[in-house]
Design a protein around this ligand. Structure first.
Ligand code: SAM
Length: 281
């Protein structure tokens, strides 16, 4: 089948209308209608790699990616889009379509069929961006890099320098395990329907070694504790943390040995300081 020009808003509307589909907010369905942006996303990935695309929609980005990917698995949750995607993918033997919630996909099983390492690409459904990025970081042994479009605000938060007070625990994890970079912003005008906010495409490449040396589980617990009780001092955050069971005298000793002022707030700590606390624990 000759696939119609999916980046054309009128073509997209015609496909949706003829299939009786009203796009759903619940699934974050704002579809890309801009060839230039699609090309920029594709050229930010490495050709010849195995790729996982999250949320293909009607296949706009998928088809452009598949022209340069080795193999591509596209995971889509919405039943209504599956027959459309099957038709659009007919002449692309290197695409496999999985009809599932991406948060339920077992990445180990996926890597058996897709091959490792694979790249993660997508215009992400914004409701699940944070758990999804968390899942990607957890599966880092299988993944080479991610090129993903997210809401601009979320990108600013995860890319904020650790310790700047503007970040999040997800940002600390991402920056601890990857080289993360802002690639470009995408205006809301290039989507159908038009979302309320602008987007950003970011890329993160997993490092061979994380940027900390402490035990991984303890490092995670310390970072989560620091951001869990944001307005508190790091001392209070550690004592009241549901992740660490530390008595106050032990927390004091840890902070003294890590050479950190107990009155500091957790979000002002640098990666090295989180590492030092985790090492002392
Ligand atoms: N890639 C298409 C594009 O750029 O035009 C669509 C992107 S749209 C922002 C997000 C896509 O993710 C939709 O197709 C939506 O149905 C799908 N989606 C939402 N939640 C999902 C989930 N939990 N698992 C898999 N796909 C999901």
């Amino acid at each position: 089948m000759n696939v119609p020009k999916l980046t054309s808003p009128s073509v997209l509307k015609q496909i949706l209308d003829s299939n009786n589909i009203h796009l759903s907010k619940r699934y974050g369905q704002n579809f890309l209608c801009d060839e230039h942006i699609v090309d920029r996303i594709v050229s930010s990935t490495d050709s010849g790699n195995n790729q996982l695309e999250i949320g293909p929609g009607v296949g706009t980005l998928t088809l452009a990616l598949a022209r340069q990917a080795h193999r591509l698995v596209a995971v889509e949750i919405d039943d209504r889009l599956i027959p459309i995607l099957e038709t659009h993918f007919e002449s692309f033997p290197n695409i496999d379509l999985i009809h599932q919630d991406i948060l339920d996909v077992n990445f180990e099983d996926l890597s058996n069929s897709l091959g490792t390492p694979f790249d993660v690409v997508g215009n992400l459904p914004y409701q699940i961006t944070s758990p999804l990025l968390g899942k990607i970081v957890e599966s880092r042994h299988l993944i080479n890099q991610g090129v993903v479009m997210v809401q601009k605000e979320l990108a600013e938060k995860v890319l904020a320098p650790v310790g700047s007070g503007k970040g999040s625990s997800l940002g600390v994890f991402l920056q601890a395990f990857t080289e993360a970079e802002h690639l470009f912003n995408v205006p809301k005008t290039v989507f159908f329907p038009r979302p309320k906010v602008d987007s950003t495409v970011l890329r993160f490449r997993f490092l061979d070694q994380p940027r900390f040396t402490a035990d991984e589980e303890t490092f995670f617990k310390v970072v989560r504790s620091a951001f869990n009780l944001r307005r508190k001092t790091i001392r209070q955050a550690m004592i009241q943390s549901p992740f660490l069971s530390l008595k106050s005298d032990r927390a004091d000793a840890v902070l003294t040995d890590a050479n950190i002022d107990p009155k500091r707030r957790g979000e002002t700590l640098s990666l090295e300081e989180f590492d030092q606390i985790a090492q002392q624990i």
